[in-house]
Design a protein around this ligand. Structure first.
Ligand code: UDP
Length: 149
C-alpha cells in the first residue's frame, strides 16, 4: 500500500453544516457523506479526530443575547456540541466504526474526560475520537477547541 500523506487528521464540522438546508437541527443526509469519507480514511489506517460545533442548536452570543448571563449561554452552546457529537458518533457506529467522545468537563456516561493519554490510546486502537464541548470555557468557540486539540 502507498505510504500515507497524513497519518493523523483533525476535522472540524460546524454545527450549521449538520443542519443542511434547514440551518437548524440535524439533517441525516449531510453527515452520511462525511461518514463515508471518514470510513475510507480510517480503513487506510489514518488516525481520525473530530471537533463538532453547536451552532445548529445554540450560539451563546446570538441566541442568549440580553436574556441570560453570557457564560450560561455559552454553556448551552458547549452542551449543543456534545449533542452533535453523540449524533455523529452514533451514525459512525452504525456503519461499523469504533468511536469515543471526549469532553473537557465531566458530562455523564455518554462521554469521557479528555486527556492526551486517552486520545493516544484511542488513536492507536483505530478509534475515531470526538472532541466535544469545545475548550470547556465560555467566551471561546469550537475553532479555538480545534487549535488546542
Ligand atoms: N462555546 C463556548 N466555548 C467553547 C466552544 C463553544 O462557549 O470553547 C459555545 C459558544 O456559545 C458557541 C457555541 O458553543 O457559540 C457553539 O460553538 P461554535 O459557535 O463554535 O459552533 P459552530 O459555529 O462551529 O457550529
Amino acid at each position: 500500500m502507498a505510504e500515507l500523506k497524513y497519518k493523523r487528521i483533525l476535522l472540524k464540522v460546524s454545527g450549521e453544516a449538520l443542519a443542511g438546508d434547514a440551518h437548524r437541527g440535524l439533517d441525516f443526509s449531510v453527515i452520511n457523506s462525511v461518514c463515508e469519507s471518514i470510513r475510507q480514511c480510517r480503513d487506510m489506517g489514518v488516525q481520525v479526530g473530530l471537533v463538532i460545533g453547536g451552532g445548529n442548536f445554540w450560539r451563546g452570543v446570538k441566541d442568549g443575547a440580553d436574556k441570560m448571563q453570557r457564560s450560561h449561554g455559552d454553556a448551552m452552546g458547549m452542551l449543543a456540541t456534545v449533542m452533535n457529537c453523540i449524533y455523529v458518533s452514533e451514525i459512525f457506529r452504525y456503519v461499523g466504526m469504533k468511536t469515543q467522545i471526549l469532553t473537557p468537563f465531566e458530562c455523564g456516561t455518554m462521554t469521557k474526560l479528555f486527556s492526551k493519554d486517552r486520545v493516544m490510546k484511542y488513536f492507536e486502537k483505530g478509534i475515531v475520537t470526538f472532541f466535544a464541548g469545545g475548550t470547556g470555557h465560555p467566551y471561546f468557540s469550537t475553532d479555538t477547541g480545534v487549535v488546542l486539540r
